[in-house]
Structures are given as C-alpha cells and as structure tokens.
Ligand binder design. Structure first.
Ligand code: FAD
Ligand code: UDP
Length: 400
C-alpha cells in the first residue's frame, strides 16, 4: 500500500503526530474511502481491492494500523498490545482461513486466574475454583453441579448481568468473582447491564481451565500489526494515517464510503451521544523473566483499581530476560473501547441505525459503527458478509 500524507508507524517507533495532507494527492479519486484501519476497515479494504479491483483510500485518525489490535515492540523489545490484550479465538473456519492468508499462527489456549484474598484461582469458575475457595474435594462433574445447584438462586426471568450469574452460582460466588469486577469495568452494577455481558463467561463443573473452548485458538505468529501490514499491502490501497475523516472527507472524491468509527459521531450526535466505556492502560516492564503464572490475572475486588494484568510473553511465546505487562484501569473518559450493552443504549443505536440504512453509499461496519460488543472474529465475519452483499449489489446494478 502506498503511504500518503503519513508514515505508517513502524512497530518500534513512537507514535507520531498527524501531518498535513499533501495537496499533490488532492486530485486523486478513489472508488471507496474506508474510515478506520482496524479489523473492520482492513478486511473491507483488502476485499474491495483484491477481490473487486477497487481503488481504496484507508483513513485512520491514529498513526498506527490495526485499530485496537495494534501491537508493537516496546523499549525492552517485548511485543505488547498498545490498546489492550487481544486473544484470537473463533469457531468460524471461514474467518480463520481468511486471516490465515495474512499470517501464520502460534497455537495458544488462554488461561485466566482470579486473585481472591491473595490466592489465585481459575476463572471461569470451575471445579478447581470451588475446591480451592471452599476447601472442598469435589471429584466429579455431578458433585460440582450439585454444589452449584445448592447455592444457585432461581431467577424467574434472566434479564441482567447479575441474574445470569446469581441464577447459575448463587450470590456469594457472584459477589466474589463478578460484582466488583463488573462495577469497575463498566462503572455500573451488573444489575444495570444486559445479561449478554457476564454471559460471555461460562461456569464449568469440569476442571477445564481454558477461558475459551473455540475450535480455533491461536495468536498471529508475528503479531497483529504484521498481519494487518500484509492485508493492506496492495497496489490499489493507499493509507492516510494520523488523519481524521472530518479533515479529508471532501478532499478525496469517492463513490462509496466504509465507515468503521462510532456511528453517533458520523451523524453529528444528532440524537445525543451513544455511551462507550474507556480504559487507561499502564504498560510496565520488569527486570525479571516472568511476572505472573498465566497471561491474565483478574482482580475482582472493587478496592483494587485495575481490573486485570496481562503478561504478554505467555501469549506470544517470546523469550526475553525482561517481561512487560499491562494494567487496565476502566474509565468514563477517553477513546471509545467498549459499547455498553443496555436496553436504552440499544434503543438509541436503533435510531442511528435507521439513519445508516438510508445511506445507500455508506457501509457501516465494525464494533463502533454497529454498536456491538463484538470480538475480533465476529468483526471479521461481519466485514466479509458486508463485502459480499456490497459486491453482489454492484454486480446486480451493473447488470441491470
Ligand atoms: P477498531 O479496532 O476500534 O478500529 C476502528 C478504527 O477507526 C480505529 O483505529 C480508529 O482510530 C478509527 N477511527 C474511528 N473514527 C475515526 C474517524 N472519524 N476518522 C479516522 N479514523 C477513525 N476481541 C477478541 O476477539 N479477543 C480479545 O481478547 C479482545 N480483547 C479486547 C481488549 C480490549 C481492551 C478491547 C477494547 C477490545 C478487545 N477485543 C477483543 C475486541 C476487538 O478489539 C474488536 O473486536 C476489534 O478490534 C474491532 O475492530 P473494529 O475495526 O470494529 O474497531
Ligand atoms: N467478568 C467478571 N469477572 C471476571 C471476568 C469477567 O465480572 O473475572 C465480567 C465483566 O463484567 C466483564 C464481562 O464479564 O466485562 C465479560 O468478560 P470478558 O473477559 O469477556 O471481557 P473482555 O475481555 O471483553 O474485556
């Protein structure tokens, strides 16, 4: 991909400030402008260029590509994830095969421990967790299921993120593992959040301590950024990085727009702001080989300000004398990282979605543009489907 106006951030280079758009390119016209170089934008750009032969301009307000999946070598030479830890997992062969064109993989099964009263125990809650926490000796799935059933509190209609957990494991385990973490992460009680949030985390009666059970679980062998570089490396794709869409939307003529930023921003917040949750990341390097036994340690206690600590070497398999970790501090202010699943937010999104559906020459794709708490693989699947629909429509229009 040609880089115009802005140098693609090299992985070791500090992030540079935005540069002016060179006027020499102002006259260039594109078939499609893509706003956002994250999974949604990169997949759309790659398909549009490589499959449909379109000329594509990708614009991102951040200097690096890869959106929230951006990774880079830090000062200690350790590969870290700048915008929070990203673990790839999917049940979709289509999504996995598609991404496999741009990367090799390192098999990796994610394991998480929760820090409770100074002790580390498996999360999701499994039989080992119960035995450790209560000093029990539950030996079979039936015994663990019976134990959980004795504590579970029936909830007539499971509606909220509190209902999901309390109806499965009871109030005490809910308070120990979910309530504090969720209050920190979302700035509200689980009882105020849609059930889909904590339903992401299962409860197990087995001793399986993997966080995910998907068919495909692996990390891009050379990191996410390298994978994105390969996706965007096409003669029909130009990149404009460190530049906001608002600055260039009229500077480059285009027939179609793919927008992957926040949908309420696109429409000038005309119905009011959609709520997003943000995070502050504290990246640290320690002069020791290992910091913690697994990639994630979660801190469910409300008094501890961070939610989790990630040690990257477990994800990447990198060997180095030092190790780098990231502490996550949830915040109301900052970049929009998480949509907030609640009925009233979904209702507001639906009003914006109605506006979006009326824009025939704009495709809204991705986590922020469709206001969905999507994992990476879901965004890739959504982008591939959006591209197929768009290509079919163009083919139909051309034939008509
Ligand atoms: P983004 O990656 O957010 O990309 C959107 C891009 O658009 C950004 O680069 C932004 O700068 C740009 N943009 C927005 N507005 C404008 C504008 N006006 N002008 C120019 N550019 C603009 N998923 C998993 O599968 N596994 C995980 O372990 C995982 N961990 C996560 C951890 C954290 C902390 C977070 C926040 C998310 C995690 N995710 C994980 C989800 C994953 O990040 C998303 O599914 C995926 O990155 C979404 O891709 P996207 O392209 O929709 O959005
Ligand atoms: N959660 C929790 N305790 C944990 C892990 C998760 O309460 O130890 C809740 C919390 O509300 C979190 C949600 O479950 O936001 C989804 O967890 P997941 O690990 O999927 O969050 P993500 O990786 O998307 O931040």
């Amino acid at each position: 991909a040609a880089l115009i106006g802005k140098v693609m951030a090299a992985r070791q280079r500090p992030l540079a400030a935005a540069a002016a758009v060179p006027s020499v390119h102002r006259s260039k016209r594109y078939d499609v402008m893509v706003v956002g170089a994250g999974f949604a934008g990169a997949v759309m750009a790659e398909r549009l260029a490589a499959d449909a032969g379109k000329r594509v301009l990708v614009v991102d307000r951040r200097p690096p590509i890869a959106g929230n999946a951006f990774d880079r070598l830090d000062d200690a030479g350790v590969l870290i994830h700048q915008y929070g830890p990203h673990i790839f997992h999917t049940n979709s062969a289509d999504v996995f095969d598609y991404l496999s064109r741009f990367t090799e993989w390192r098999p990796y099964e994610h394991r998480v421990l929760a820090s409770v009263d100074g002790r580390l125990m498996p999360m999701p809650i499994n039989r080992t967790t119960l035995n450790l926490l209560y000093g029990l000796d539950l030996r079979t799935e039936d015994e663990a299921a019976a134990f959980l059933a004795s504590r579970a509190e029936p909830v007539e209609v499971v509606r909220t993120s509190a209902d999901v957990v309390i109806s499965a494991v009871g109030r005490e385990l809910y308070e120990t593992f979910f309530q504090g973490y969720t209050r920190k992460q979302w700035g509200m009680d689980p009882s105020e959040l849609d059930k889909s949030v904590t339903a992401r985390v299962p409860t197990r009666t087995s001793t399986d301590d993997r966080y995910f059970t998907d068919t495909y679980q692996a990390m891009p062998a050379e990191g996410y950024t390298r994978m994105f570089e390969r996706m965007l490396d096409h003669p029909h794709i130009d990149l404009l990085l460190g530049v906001d869409f608002a600055e260039v939307r009229h500077a480059y003529a285009h027939d179609h727009l793919v927008f992957t930023g926040p949908i309420d921003e696109y429409f000038g917040h005309r119905y009011g702001k959609l709520p997003y949750r943000s995070l502050r990341f504290r990246h640290e390097t320690f002069a020791q080989e290992q910091y913690q036994p697994v990639a994630f340690v979660n801190y469910p206690v409300e008094a501890t300000p961070h939610t989790r600590v990630t040690e990257y070497k477990h994800l990447t398999g990198q060997r180095a004398p030092n190790t780098s970790v990231t502490f996550e501090y949830p915040s109301a202010e900052g970049d929009p990282y998480y949509t907030i699943p609640r009925a009233e937010n979904q209702a507001l999104y639906k009003r914006y979605e109605a506006l979006a559906l009326a824009e025939r020459d704009v495709s809204f794709v991705g986590r922020l543009a469709t206001y969905r708490y999507y994992n990476m693989d879901q965004v890739v699947g959504q982008a591939l489907a959006t591209y197929r629909r768009l290509a079919a429509r163009w083919a139909h229009d051309a034939g008509a």
